[in-house]
Design a protein around this ligand. Structure first.
Ligand code: NG1
Ligand code: ZN
Length: 532
């Protein structure tokens, strides 16, 4: 009883703003930082409940709004194996966030505990971190209050990238198992990745020099630190857009989301032809690469290009090694049609399509021995199943070629962040492969040519009226709309278009691709017009 009064007592310090309906969506809670105080406080309560439900396993809380503008912020929970919060808990998060009064909050908190048979006297462990946003420190204070209100133990990891916190969570929870994931510290992260990179690229030429736009976010300083651990004998990384103190510059006309959606260079970047460039997003869980050719034409190497490069490399290594493992790819409807065709027809690896959202891709990738998933926007990773790891570890190579391939595959598993898409880890993965192939960006780009495409955001009266099927590729509702889209698409060579409600913004997205730039743009406009 006394303890419950603590919740109400602390909650009065974090009043809920009136007139706002909060929802835990694909990216957790995300909105203006100034509106998030009560939400983050309550997420503290929920994180403790989640940990108590799982026998005191450590839960992560990340405070970030990724690629959103500087004034936004957000918060999301990380489950014990470094995965996204289990979907069934999203409704509890939403419930607590929307409780109208301090008493209602206490009541809702107790109701969740009771429904899930959670022992409120058992230990709770939580770790948290934030990105570089100005609203971060105050939100951290709110989170600490939430954790204190319910007597949870916590560790503040201060400023980290989102994937670094996912890594830490997994390390803590696997520390005493047969397969510890690594040292649960920022240094441990750098050491693990740096060592793996050195092994993967051993005896190979240095990868092409890479210039990285860090979106003026947390990825800048972290990437420089990582590069220091690897050493300039092994890789040359040149970080630009790393003004984390100029908070208003975060994601502004730079960063992975800008480059991918605008299909152009970050503002002010003057690229040398045929050199490799990349952009991170604001919390460094997404990366896209690009270059300009001799004719100054811009070429984007997005998540689909990354997935294709990685699939080709891993498939070839497996063939050399003689280890019998199934590689598979997971994409969403946003994958460029040319990439899907290349993966299926040329590489002959199976492709699964899931709805948008990392949790869908991640789970589908877990069904393969080695599952590669990337969203076209550059968020993705590669998952090695436990049995795949065992097969590789116990494999008895018949010759040095096989041994090499197996060693490389095992080091790749260490180099790749197995918990979540990680821009820094993906950057090393891509450059390691380019080093093996002795390729520059233009050779990488040769595998297939993207179909010109266009993504349009359309604000509609009620985005919830848009219901889809077939991994969001077809509309079921509003009735009749899909038939109209089909009729338009039919008129375009290599045409494809679909409409779905955004899970993170109050809008619907229209995607269109076709044989030429003009036709892709025209199809996108015509489909958008159907929604008006
Ligand atoms: P929504 O807003 O549901 O389209 C966007 C991205 C997703 C994913 C989430 C989470 C596109 C088209 N959509 O989702 O891929 O990254 O944000 O941040 O890029
Ligand atoms: Zn992000």
């Amino acid at each position: 009883q006394e303890r419950l009064s603590q919740i109400a007592k602390f909650s009065t310090l974090h009043p809920r703003p009136e007139g706002h309906k909060f929802a835990y969506g694909t990216a957790g809670f995300r909105l203006l930082g100034s509106l998030l105080d009560s939400v983050v406080f309550r997420v503290g309560l929920l994180a403790a409940l989640r940990s108590r439900k799982l026998d005191g396993e450590t839960i992560g809380v990340m405070i970030t709004a990724s690629h959103n503008p500087p004034d936004d912020n957000g918060v999301k929970l990380i489950d014990p194996q470094g995965e996204m919060l289990e979907a069934s808990w999203e409704t509890y998060a939403t419930k607590l966030a929307n409780a109208e009064t301090d008493d209602e909050l206490t009541k809702d908190y107790l109701a969740v505990a009771e429904a899930l048979k959670i022992n409120l006297d058992s230990p709770a462990n939580v770790v948290f971190a934030r990105d570089t946003r100005a609203s971060g420190p105050a939100l951290v204070a709110a989170l600490k209050d939430g954790l204190q209100a319910v007597a949870a133990d916590y560790t503040d990891y201060r400023i980290l990238t989102t994937p670094q916190l996912h890594y830490v969570v997994k390390c803590i929870n696997t520390a005493t198992t047969a397969t510890p994931y690594g040292k649960p510290t920022e240094e441990g992260y750098y050491e693990k990745l740096a060592t793996a990179f050195q092994i993967v690229t051993m005896g190979k030429p240095k990868p092409p020099v890479i210039t990285v736009d860090a979106a003026n976010g947390v990825g800048g300083p972290k990437l420089k630190e990582l590069a220091r651990y690897i050493g300039s004998d092994h890789i040359d990384i040149n970080v630009v857009k790393d003004e984390i103190d100029a908070v208003e510059k975060l994601n502004h006309q730079c960063g992975a989301d800008f480059v991918k959606t605008q299909q152009k260079l970050p503002l002010g970047l003057e690229p040398a032809s045929l050199e490799l460039y990349a952009s991170l997003d604001g919390d460094a869980d997404r990366i896209v690469f690009y270059y300009v050719d001799e004719a100054s034409k811009f070429h984007l190497l997005d998540g689909d290009k990354i997935a294709s490069l990685v699939a080709m490399f891993i498939r070839d290594l497996l063939a050399v090694s003689g280890v019998d493992l199934q590689v598979g790819i997971v994409q969403t409807a946003y994958a460029n049609g040319s990439s899907s065709k290349y993966l299926t027809d040329i590489l002959k690896v199976p492709v699964t399509v899931t709805p948008t959202g990392v949790k869908h891709l991640h789970h589908a990738a877990q069904l393969f021995d080695i599952g590669i998933y990337f969203e076209a926007n550059g968020h993705g990773t590669v998952l090695f199943s436990n049995s795949a790891m065992k097969s590789l570890e116990s494999f008895e190579a018949q010759n040095p070629g096989q041994q090499d391939a197996v060693t490389t595959l095992l080091s790749l598993a260490a180099l790749i962040n197995q918990t979540v898409g990680d821009a820094l880890s993906d950057l090393l993965l891509v450059t390691a492969i380019l080093s093996h192939k002795v390729w520059g960006p233009d050779e990488w780009n040769l595998a297939y040519t993207d179909l010109p495409n266009r993504l349009v955001r359309v604000v509609v009266k009620d985005r919830m009226a848009f219901k889809t099927e077939d991994a969001e590729r077809r509309l079921v509702e509003p009735k009749g709309l899909q038939a109209q889209i089909d009729a338009l698409v039919k008129k375009y060579k290599s045409g494809r278009s679909f409409v779905r409600a955004s899970g993170t913004e109050d809008a619907v997205r229209v995607y269109a691709e076709a044989a030429t730039r003009l036709e892709a743009d025209e199809l996108a406009v015509k489909v958008s017009d159907l929604l008006k």
